[in-house]
Write a protein that binds this ligand. Structure first.
Ligand code: PMP
Length: 380
């Protein structure tokens, strides 16, 4: 018997136990998507599982308008990493636009939020350094820290007292220290205590990195994120944002001090060793941020107020069910009633807190959300 047979038998066993525990993941065959609806198994469903918060993705009119405005100027492949031959003016233009908006020295584009967080968190701290990370930070931050040669600690979610105790105990045992957090937490929709994080990073001589993946394009007058709302952009050392969610595109960025960005350009391996995003994609991101995002303020605030009325700090509303099986069943009931939701299960969320993660878009009404929530609660 060749070894692959033995290995596949082992994999099959692991997959079978995932199935038994309602953990098994499969890619679904959607037939179509537009800004508000998703089409699945011949059903048209309100999509409550989308990160397309402002409806910029899957919008045919918008795509048409963009393509008509640029013609064949930008290609669909960069054919190289930025540091080799993969850079063109449009990349620098987008980076300059971002650094101007944030009023920071410099920005750096990454191919995705995953690339950004892995690249940053693996390189920013080295041997003898330390990273303090919120327990619920995204997998990409965790993976970055795991690749780093630094020590890292995960403090209980949004627990500033616990973080301070940890800093008192550990800070002086290390050279450089980094605190890293999301602003809007992707699975809970709550917001980190950013003012306290700033206070702690100053008190304990750390730098602060904030991942605004779910807030960029949603929070703030311009749409820069929660830091803009709170007026603390200048207090955060490195801000990460992504384009795959509210912007309806793909990719990510980090903005900060010139030396910090030059350091990442030289050390973040996910930036150095990967082909740059296509020029047409960069041009689309820039076009959305310049031309479309500024017109969304009222709609964004309306969406956030619907979220608030549903008890969340943001446009992400978790409905914690508990068990995996019950969560999958709740999704099925919502599906039968015209809503598309996804069960979020461990390891994405802690064991016993499987949930529906309802996310709003500017198209979803308060009544539609409330209806979905009461259906989900009835089944609990
Ligand atoms: N950070 C957070 C907080 C996220 O939720 C995600 C995506 N779910 C990412 C980073 C990764 O971004 P991307 O999808 O662009 O890789």
């Amino acid at each position: 018997m060749s070894y692959i047979t033995i290995m596949l038998e082992n994999f099959t066993k692991q997959l079978d136990s995932l199935k038994i525990a309602s953990h098994f993941r499969e890619i679904k065959d959607f037939s179509k998507k537009d800004e508000k609806y998703i089409y699945f198994n011949d059903k048209k469903l309100i999509n409550l599982s989308s990160n397309n918060y402002l409806g910029f993705a899957d919008n045919k009119d918008l795509t048409d308008e963009f393509l008509n405005s640029i013609g064949a100027e930008y290609s669909f492949g960069s054919a190289s990493a930025r540091l080799l031959t993969g850079s063109l003016p449009v990349y620098n233009e987008l980076e300059n636009l971002l650094s101007q908006l944030f009023n920071k020295d410099k920005a750096l584009l990454f191919n995705s939020g995953y690339h950004a967080n892995v690249g940053i968190n693996s390189s920013i701290a080295g041997k003898g350094d330390v990273i303090f990370s919120d327990k619920l930070n995204h997998a990409s931050i965790i993976d970055g820290m795991r690749l780093s040669e630094s020590k890292f600690f995960r403090y209980p979610h949004n627990n500033m007292e616990a973080l301070e105790k940890l800093l008192v105990r550990e800070r002086n045992n290390f050279k450089n220290a980094v605190i890293v957090s999301e602003s809007v937490f992707s699975m809970d929709g709550d917001i980190a205590d950013l003012e306290k994080l700033v206070e702690l990073k100053e008190k304990f001589n750390c730098i602060l990195i904030l991942d605004e993946a779910h807030a960029f394009g949603v929070f703030g007058q311009i749409g820069l994120g929660v830091c803009e709302t709170l007026g603390i952009i200048d207090k955060v050392d490195l801000i990460v944002g992504t384009f795959g969610k509210a912007i309806g595109s793909m990719g990510a960025f980090a903005v900060g001090n010139k030396t910090l960005i030059d350091y990442l350009t030289n050390k973040a391996r996910s930036f150095i060793f990967s082909t740059a995003l296509p020029p047409i994609n960069i041009a689309f991101t820039k076009w959305i941020i310049e031309n479309k995002l500024p017109k969304t303020y009222e709609k964004r605030m309306q969406m956030l107020s619907i979220g608030k009325k549903a008890g969340s700090d943001s446009h992400i509303i978790p409905i914690v069910i508990g068990g995996n099986k019950e969560t999958v069943e709740t999704c099925e009931i919502l599906y039968q009633n015209g809503y598309f939701t996804l069960p979020i299960r461990p390891p994405t969320v802690p064991e016993g807190t499987s949930r529906l993660r309802l996310s709003l878009t500017t198209e979803i009404t308060e009544q539609e959300l409330n209806n979905a929530i009461s259906l989900a609660k009835q089944t609990k």
